[in-house]
Write a protein that binds this ligand. Structure first.
Ligand SMILES: [Zn+2]
Length: 113
């Protein structure tokens, strides 16, 4: 199953059962049922099977989506802290990855990893 649900597979004017929504998004059925149980993802009515409007599903997934992290020119994404950090001592090392590419290696200013 996917880490991030692919909301682009959802059509706004279609309604989805839990099974259809889980298959379209690439998530487990219990995940969709948990979203419904939380009350944050509304169903069309109280009848069975529970139907979810595509536009409501897209709006729900957009609210859940994390905002993109923008890095300044002097920052890297620390793999330990999982946030943008500057280099410790303001130093970075360029390591040849291939003939035309480099990798930037630096120590995180916060965790020093
Ligand atoms: Zn760090």
């Amino acid at each position: 199953m996917a880490n991030k649900p692919n909301w682009r597979a959802i059509k706004i004017h279609r309604s989805y059962t839990v099974d259809e929504a889980s298959r379209a998004l690439g998530v487990c059925k219990p995940t969709v049922r948990r979203w419904l149980k939380s009350g944050k993802l509304p169903v069309i009515d109280s009848q069975r099977p529970a139907l979810i409007l595509g536009s409501e599903l897209i709006a729900f997934l957009n609210v859940r989506r994390k905002p993109k992290q923008r890095l300044r020119i002097d920052q890297c994404l620390c793999f330990s802290c999982k946030v943008p950090r500057s280099a410790a001592g303001r130093m970075a090392e360029l390591v040849h990855a291939s003939v035309s590419t480099f990798n930037v290696c630096m120590l995180c200013e916060a965790c020093e990893r």
